[in-house]
Structures are given as C-alpha cells and as structure tokens.
Design a protein around this ligand. Structure first.
Ligand SMILES: Cc1cc2nc3c(=O)[nH]c(=O)nc-3n(C[C@H](O)[C@H](O)[C@H](O)COP(=O)(O)OP(=O)(O)OC[C@H]3O[C@@H](n4cnc5c(N)ncnc54)[C@H](O)[C@@H]3O)c2cc1C
Length: 426
C-alpha cells in the first residue's frame, strides 16, 4: 500500500527509476526518508511489515526506553505532553506512527527486500513484489534484526530451555525458576532489571567481561541526557567519564563478583559495537545475593552448564543475551561490504566509491541512542547524496526520461510502471 501524502506524487511519477529507495521504516529509515525528501529527492520507503514499529511491538511488555524522551525523537515531531522521561515501548510505536503521519511519508508496506545489485549503473532491488530500480539505496533494516546465540559445546543435549533475550516475554513467568542469564551487555542487564523484581528460585549472570553500566538517574539527573557531551569527547576521555560515573553510582563492581571490563565503554561501543548497559535494579539484586555473578559458559551437559572455572550449575532456563546480527548477507553479502559478523563496513555519510549509491544507516550503536544517531546519519547521507555526481537535477529528470540500461531493466521498468510483478525474487 502506498500512503497518500506529501511524497506520493513524486513516487508515482518516477516509479520506474527512483532517486532513492530506503529499505526499512524504523527510526533510522524514517529519519533518512525525511532528510532526503527535505533535500528535494523523491524517496520511496519499503517496509516488510504492515505497520511501523514492529520490532518495538514484539519486544517484551515491560520494556521502557533506556534513552531519555528528549533524545529519543526524530525531527519535527515531539512526544505528546505528559510522556514520561523513559517512555514505554508502546509509546515509541505510537510515536513512530505519528512521525509518519505528520510528515506524510510514502511507505509501501509488506515489501520484503531481497538481494540488491548494481546493474547498468542503477541499484536493482529484488522484492517479494517485483523489482525496483533506484539511483541510491539506503539500507536501514536494523542492527538487531536476527537474534544470535553462540554454538556452545553440548547445548543440543541440554534438557532445560535455551532462549534468546529477544524472547524474554513476561518477567512473572520466571517465578520460582532457576535462570542463567548469559551476557552482561544492554540486553543482559535489561533482563536482570526485570528478573530482580520477581521471586525467582535462582538467578546467575554469566559474563565474560565486566559491563559498562550506567544508572538511569544519578542525583535525580537522567544520565542519558549527558550523552551528547560524552559523544563529543575524545574516546579516552569519554571512557574515563563513563568509568567515573559507573564508579560513583555503584562503586567497584569487581567486589560483587563481576569481571573487570575489557576496555572502556566508548572504546567497546566503537570497536565491538557493544551498547552501554543500563541498571534499573540489577546491581542491587547482585549486591543482595539474589543474582550471582559467575564465569563464562564453557559447555552444556544434559542437566546443567559447566562454567569456565569448571563449576557445574543447574538452571531450568538459559537466557542468551548474546546480541544480534544484521542478517544482511542475502541482501548485500555478494557485494563484499560486510565484516565477519555481518556488520556493514561503512555507515551514514561514508560509502564505497566502487559501489556508488549504496548507503547504510543505523548499523552502529552510539552513546546518544538510536534516535539521535538516526538523525545524524540521515543528515549525513542526505548531504552526501545531494553533493554526489549521481544526483540528477529535477530539470534533467524532466528533459530526459530515465532509460533502462539493460534488457532486464527494461522489462523491470515496464512491470513497475504497469503493476508490480507478483512472483517473489528468484
Ligand atoms: C531490548 C532492546 C532495548 C532497546 N532500547 C533502546 C533504547 O532505550 N533507546 C535506544 O535508542 N535504542 C534502544 N534499542 C536499540 C534500538 O531498538 C535499535 O537500535 C533501533 O530499533 C534501531 O532502529 P532502526 O531503524 O535502525 O532498526 P529497526 O527499528 O529494527 O527497524 C528496521 C526496519 O526494517 C524493516 N526491515 C527489516 N528487513 C527488511 C527487509 N528485508 N525489507 C524491508 N524491510 C525490512 C523492519 O521490519 C523494521 O521496521 C534497544 C534494543 C533492544 C533489543
């Protein structure tokens, strides 16, 4: 479905060869579409779901933002009056929908993008509803698209449950259960913050490295509001500022059994893309002995988990808070633009000159949070595209109708102009 709105006319007129196609209508894709359309480009947003905000909707029901409302908005639209400082995920879903309506962004829903390739100078985009062609493609499909669980030795024979933190569900269902949380990052601490409020039988936290952990508030000040300042500091100074805040809030975490951090918070964020964790009750639970910090997982047995120190523990359920992958291999794997974890080698205004017109956004974490970062990346991409030699002026577009450069592109254009092809991509 194409929404009727500000961009609809342009979309219909140049449906065959788009200026820009943005893939994914999350915070990053919406911010990019807005910035690009403000820069005078015809933008089409393709979204595989039938609504905006599905990734947020699917997350567990107790989830509130760790990022402050003031830094969790997109351009031109504020949260409604009375929104709490750390909004519930349902408020975020409503907010993203409000953003789409306010800016009348043109979104085609139910379009699942498959492989993209540079053919005859244009980006050919395979989808479940036929091919699309664009001068520029901005991929905004999210960095936490595919839950990732490491392959531990023996896990197949384990009689308990192993789930990913993405499937956490409701905290109360863990009542009287023995739970092992693996991973002390943002998701691991989110799970622990909720388990801390439930009468579990036992909770272990297995972490290879100590976390970079910040409280939601310190002396009644929302710590996230300081993130734009931290983001402007050189990495070493930002690491030191975070470590000092952590120590001020919690003291020395190694004294309650957590390992020391492998590196500073901003260093790990930049080099390993590990987001900063937020405490909202977990540390108190560790201090009270309700959560026991244990070493890394070595292997599973039928009835338990052997830790790196050789100790055996017996959880009923293991929650792997072990991160996500982008799942971008089928889309761009052949282009050689992904690292060994599937993270694009460039993001925002950066690009590969041998692949002109290919852009990524939302593929790196940032201390400011995903919304503020989405705005920054969106502006950078819009600026880079507007100044790029691939940018055709509106006048040129009127004088020269876009010519498909290959026979297949010609067929594709004819199809897109009349009606989208029904067959899924090969
Ligand atoms: C538990 C948890 C809590 C979090 N809390 C916070 C927080 O408090 N503050 C914060 O700033 N960040 C938070 N994050 C991170 C944040 O959710 C993500 O970084 C954010 O959603 C990124 O937005 P995005 O637009 O990049 O990706 P997404 O929100 O994932 O949007 C990507 C969109 O692309 C679509 N899509 C995917 N594949 C295709 C395809 N093939 N074709 C077409 N469309 C496709 C998806 O349906 C989706 O709508 C949290 C993450 C998790 C897991």
């Amino acid at each position: 479905m194409t929404r009727v709105g500000l961009l609809t006319k342009t979309v219909t007129k140049s449906a065959a060869l788009q200026d820009v196609i943005v893939v994914g209508a999350g915070a990053a894709g919406l911010a990019a579409a807005y910035a690009l359309s403000r820069a005078g480009l015809a933008v089409l947003l393709l979204e595989k779901e039938h609504h905006v905000g599905e990734p947020w909707r699917r997350r567990h029901n107790d989830l509130h933002l760790n990022s402050h409302r003031a830094l969790s908005s997109l351009p031109g639209v504020n949260y409604p009056k009375g929104t709490p400082a750390f909004p519930h995920k349902s408020v975020v879903v409503d907010y993203l929908n409000l953003f789409v309506r306010h800016h009348a962004l043109a979104i085609e829903y139910g379009i699942d993008v498959g492989e993209v390739s540079l053919t005859g100078g244009h980006w050919v985009i395979q989808t479940n509803a036929g091919r699309r062609i664009a001068r520029h493609i901005v991929i905004a499909t999210g960095r936490d698209r595919v839950p990732y669980i490491p392959q531990w030795k023996g896990m197949a024979k384990f009689r308990g449950e192993i789930i990913h933190s993405a499937a956490f569900g409701q905290a109360k269902t863990y009542s009287q259960r023995k739970v092992l949380v693996v991973g002390g990052g943002n998701s691991g601490f989110d799970v622990l913050n909720h388990l801390a409020k439930v009468d579990t039988a036992h909770v272990w936290l297995s972490a290879r490295n100590g976390p970079t952990l910040l409280p939601k508030r310190i002396f009644k000040i929302a710590v996230h509001l300081l993130s734009p300042l931290i983001a402007r500091l050189p990495t070493k100074a930002a690491d030191a500022a975070m470590a000092a805040t952590q120590r001020l809030a919690f003291g020395d975490l190694t004294k309650i059994g957590l390992p020391s951090a492998a590196a500073g918070g901003v260093s790990r964020l930049t080099s390993e893309h590990i987001a900063i964790a937020t405490d909202d009750g977990a540390v108190e639970a560790i201090m009270a002995g309700k959560v026991i910090a244990v070493p890394a997982v070595r292997e599973f047995t039928q009835h338990g988990v052997i830790l790196a120190n050789g100790n055996l523990i017996g959880p009923d359920i293991v929650i792997a808070a072990t991160g996500y992958r982008t799942g971008l291999e089928p889309m761009v794997g052949k282009l050689g633009v992904l690292d060994d974890k599937g993270v694009p080698l460039f993001n925002g205004g950066d690009h590969d000159p041998t692949l002109p017109g290919l852009w990524f956004t939302g593929m790196r974490p940032n201390v400011r949070g995903c919304f503020a970062n989405a705005r920054i990346q969106a502006r950078a991409i819009a600026k880079a595209i507007v100044t790029s030699p691939r940018r055709e002026t509106r006048q040129q577009r009127q004088e020269t109708p876009p010519q498909p450069t290959t026979a297949s592109a010609k067929r594709s254009e004819a199809r897109t102009l009349s009606q989208p092809e029904q067959n899924p991509p090969a």
